[in-house]
Every structure is written in structure tokens, then in C-alpha cells.
Design a protein around this ligand. Sequence first.
Ligand SMILES: [Mn+2]
Length: 320
Amino acid sequence: MIDYLKIQKLINESSEVFITAHKNIDLDALGSVIGIYYIVNNLGKNAHIIIEDEELNNEVKRALSTIKKTDNITSRKYEDIKEIIDDKSLLVITDTNKSTRIQSENLLTIKNKIVIDHHVETGDFNEEKTYKYVDITSSSATEIVLDLVNELNIYIPKEASTIMLAGIYIDTNGFLIKTTEKTHIYTSMLYKFGADNKEAQYLLKQNFNEFKRRQKITLATEIYDEFAIATSDSEYSSTELAKACDVLLTFNNIEASFTIAKLDDNLVGISARSLGNIDVEKIMKKFNGGGHKTDAAAQIIDKKVDEVKEELLNILGGLR
Ligand SMILES: [Mn+2]
């Protein structure tokens, strides 16, 4: 259970609060950041949202322009706020537990830090944290933040609630994966705040070319008994591989899915998902990767996509 009293105390004792999330910010990260923003504001402190991304995806752009218009919230860069950082500043990081993935690593100089995340811990966040809460059973970072919102009895305005709703929608693939009773309880809380599902749909409109790219690797899928394996010789990002992998899990008879493609010239990425009967973390560990039983990944240096697929098939063959 999240220690909301400790978080409240840390905010109350701070001078100002800086809130950030992972690079290439998405709607879940932004939704959780906005939720924290309102918590901090309600507790009577100044909050600053730090986003350094040079290029924002369209959903995030739309969301940011909405809350700028309606709630007068703007994001800032480290350069703008570095002068006001002092010993009592508090940094809140959401939706990532990798210090290298944070929007601005400069922010890590802030001594007091809270980390709130729903990803499996990777051990690459070695900075000292004042308080850390990682819950991998939560659908999204936004869901965890709503737990706080609920405990601390905070009100979230309509437009911000819609962004938070869209954030949960993104991380659960439309309430298909990682969704629990709690996810729905907090979603209904967002509706009570005035979240608008139709507006969320507009926020979530996707880029057709990106969709086509994901479809392309999805169409290259081959089925081996209860396993779906998709490969491509084109370059994909690990996010794209993860998204395509999520989708493969939705097909008949599939218990585990894998997407494999080049991430870079001599780096192959593999993403793995399971409904829970197959331990994909164990499988990814054989590639020196890691993750969770149902959600794992690995990166392999100096191997070809086909070689990685062969290795994977051997491992899967050994499972029976
Ligand atoms: Mn997330």
C-alpha cells in the first residue's frame, strides 16, 4: 500500500516540487504527472512539470495544449527552473525506474526524491531515493497516482481527468491487459471528476503511419503451437515491439507472444508477453534480459534477427 502520509509529509516539508517522468513522455506518464501536480497544489505548494522532449507525440501535444488552455498548466525545462532549486526541493518521478530514462538527468541533483512506478525494477536506478513506491500489479502509473488522489481527497478538474483516463486506456490497451477491479474503481472516480470518454478518444487518435509499421511486423507473425513470434529485418523501437507484442497475445490459442527486430545496427530487441501460464521472464533471462512473468524483454548484441528467433524456438522447444 502506498504511504500517502509519507508523501504528504514530504510535500508539506518541501519548498517547491518538481515533477517529471520518462523521456518520450506518453499519456500515462503525463496523466500521472498531472495527478501529482494537483496533489501538490492542493497541499499549498508550487509544482513545476518538467518535460525536455524535443519532439512530443501527437497525443501528448494535444493533452498539453488542452490543460494549458483550461487549467493554465505549462511544462518547463530544467534550464528555466534550475535557479529555484534548493535544499528543500522535492523531485517526483513517475512511470519509470531507470535514472537514464528521466526527462532531465540534471534533476537528479535534487536531494529529496519520490519515485512512483508500475514497471518491473531493473536495478539501474541507483540514486538514493527518499521514498519509492513500485507496484507492478497496477495497470499504470496513473492508477497509482489516483490511489493517492483518493487517499488525500484531492479534486482533479475535468480536462485533467480526461487525460488521466486516456493514460489508463493506453497502458491497458483499452482495459484489455493489466486491468483489475482497482483499475475500474479509479476509472469511475475519473468519470465522477467529469472525465469525458469522447474527448479521451480524440486525445488517443493515432498516427496512421505508426499504425502501419506495427501492422507490418504483426502480419509477419508465425504461430508455433501456443506461441506467436513476429520478426522483422527493419528497425523498430522497443516501444513498438512491446505494443505489437501486446496485440499478438489477443489471438486465439496464443499463450505467449514474442516480437523480434533490429533496434540498431548491431542490436536486436525482443519483447515477450504471456497470459501467465508461460514464464516469459525466465525465457528472456536466457537472453540476458529480464522483466516480469507476463511481461519481459531483452536486447542482444551482434546477432541477426533470424539467429535470435532460432534460439528462441530452441528454448520454447525445451519447455515441453
Ligand atoms: Mn506507464
